[in-house]
Each structure stands twice: as structure tokens, then as C-alpha cells.
Write a protein that binds this ligand. Structure first.
Ligand SMILES: [Zn+2]
Length: 310
């Protein structure tokens, strides 16, 4: 499926990602009438479409609402609304850029459809329904992890809770930066050794779903920022996740990099795409050196594989 023309290159440089590119689903009433007229024309004269298309492509209607028609569980969804609109999804009011771009994440277990409520500046309201394609979540057995990270000693529970709270707080940021519109690049090159969403079994004991993507790479391999952002957390020794780094890409979208052997940046640093931010390691609950790259929209986990260009 090709990109919707409105989202392919909006004025603020928003780019679509391969995993989410689908046609528009919501057309405002005037657009709907035009569409009906176009369809009527198509029925009457098949060649009308060829001449009508370039005109509409060169002058996108700023009043249009554009979201993908269908996304996968775990997708990052970028949409376009009339600037100045109020947009709500999943109990949150989304930050809207001056050009009308919005973003949100669809969780691993999201039911279809997900809905987005848009109220235009003049008060007209629309609800957009986006179909969610179900994915399979195979069981993934991970053997040989340090037993103390599978069954942490009781005395360590408070430490784990405190560290998790720090991560949760960092993920609550809702910054106006739009670094998430970049096409993400691989933070390290390597084989995918663990996929997002798979049901994990650690040393034979069922764990929670895998929250990100594991990429196997030698210890010490430089980790590069997959997109620009600001460092919101840098911890060398978290109990479960070892060397832990969070990068905020704006509008609630963040990346986390776990099990690092080294962290090269500090909280508050502005990072450019491709910049080295740390190094691959095997710290925390890991069987060997790899990069765990996770992504979030606030507390909703999304699949990094879907934001990478295909
Ligand atoms: Zn992992």
C-alpha cells in the first residue's frame, strides 16, 4: 500500500513509516461530497479520475482528517487534522502541531477498532475508527538468565519498584518536539534475537510479554540514536535492565535501551539521529550481549520494528 498523499510530505516535514502507511479513513463533509462527485464521475467516465487526481494531490485540503485505515497491534500511528483541532484518544488529549500532526501508539493487545475523536476549531466533531490487525505472539523461551533476575530476592522488590517508578516518570513527558517523525534507523546492526510482544518464559518460568526488540551484537558495539531526542533517564545499574537509557522523541514517544555496558550521554542532552549514546552489553536480566530497544507512547508499549523503514 502506498502513502496517503496528504501525509507523505506535510509542511512540517512529517514522514510516514512503512508499517503504518494506509489511505485516509475520515473525510470532512465537504471532502466527502467531492469524493462522491468524483466517484459519480468515475462511474460516468472512467478517465475523469486521471485528470482529477493531480489537482487534488497538488492542493491538499487543510480541512481533511487523515489517519491510516488499518494498523497493526504495536504500531505508532501518525495522523493529520485541521490545525487547532482538539484530538482525543485512549483518554488522552493529543498534542497537535501547528500543522495539525498528531501521534499515538496502539498497544500489543489493542482491540479493533481504535477510535480518535477530533473536534475542529469551528466545533464540528468527527470520530475516526482505525482497524487494528491482530498479530500472533509466539512463546519465546529464554534459558540461562541469572536466576536472581527471574526470582528476585524479597529484599530487592523495593529497589525494582523504585527503579520502575523512575522509568514511568520519564515516560510521562509530553514535549512539543517532533523527533518521532524522522524515519527511524537501526541503533545497532545485527540479528533480531527477540521480538516485540512474544510471550516470554525465563528459565522455564512464564514472564510477561517481551516489551521491545532484541538485537544481538557483540559487547561494546556502539549504540546509535535511532531518531533524535532528549535523554530523560540514564542509569548504569538497574536491577533488571542493567545499563538503562531513555530517549524522548516528543509527544509521548520514547525509546529505551537496556542492558548497556556503557552510557555516553547525560540526562538533558539533546541527541541527533545516529549519534552514539552508549554500548551494547549484557547487564541485568540478559543471557548474553544484545541491545534491547523498546518504544513507548507514554505507558503504551509499541514495536520498534514497525517504525523502521522497510
Ligand atoms: Zn529484550
Amino acid at each position: 500500500m502506498t502513502h496517503g498523499s496528504t501525509l507523505a510530505s506535510p509542511p512540517d516535514g512529517t514522514r510516514r513509516h512503512g508499517g503504518i502507511a494506509m489511505p485516509a479513513t475520515a473525510v470532512p463533509s465537504i471532502g466527502r461530497i467531492c469524493l462522491l462527485a468524483l466517484l459519480a464521475g468515475l462511474l460516468a467516465a472512467p478517465f475523469a479520475f486521471a485528470t482529477a487526481l493531480p489537482a487534488s494531490a497538488s492542493a491538499p485540503d487543510p480541512d481533511r482528517i487523515v489517519f491510516p485505515a488499518e494498523v497493526s497491534q504495536g504500531a505508532m500511528v501518525i495522523g493529520k487534522v485541521p490545525p487547532g483541532s482538539t484530538v482525543r484518544h485512549a483518554g488522552r488529549t493529543l498534542r497537535v502541531t501547528g500543522y495539525g500532526s498528531v501521534v499515538f501508539g496502539v498497544g500489543r493487545d489493542a482491540d479493533s477498532p481504535v477510535k480518535v475523536e477530533v473536534v475542529r476549531p469551528d466545533g464540528r466533531a468527527d470520530t475516526v475508527a482505525i482497524a487494528v490487525a491482530k498479530r500472533d505472539w509466539p512463546i519465546e523461551r529464554v534459558d540461562g538468565v541469572p536466576p536472581k533476575t527471574v526470582d528476585p530476592p524479597p529484599g530487592i522488590a523495593e529497589r525494582i519498584r523504585r527503579e520502575q517508578a523512575t522509568v514511568t516518570a520519564a515516560r510521562a513527558a509530553d514535549e512539543p518536539r517532533t523527533d518521532f517523525v524522522q524515519t527511524f534507523i537501526w541503533p545497532v546492526q545485527g540479528r533480531i534475537s527477540g521480538r516485540f510482544g512474544n510471550q516470554r518464559v525465563y528459565n522455564g518460568k512464564p514472564g510477561s510479554a517481551h516489551s521491545g526488540m532484541d538485537i544481538a551484537a557483540p559487547n561494546g558495539t556502539p549504540v546509535r540514536a535511532p531518531a533524535a531526542g532528549v535523554v530523560t533517564l540514564a542509569a548504569n545499574d538497574f536491577y533488571l535492565t542493567g545499563g538503562t537509557l531513555l530517549l524522548d522523541h516528543g509527544h509521548g514517544i520514547s525509546s529505551n535501551f537496556l542492558h548497556l555496558s556503557r552510557i555516553d550521554v547525560q540526562v538533558g542532552d539533546r541527541i541527533e539521529q545516529g549519534q552514539v549514546i552508549g554500548a551494547v552489553g549484557a547487564t541485568g536480566r540478559a543471557t548474553g550481549p544484545h541491545l534491547h530497544w523498546g518504544m513507548n507512547w507514554f505507558d503504551v508499549r509499541i514495536d520498534p520494528l514497525l517504525v523502521l523503514e522497510k
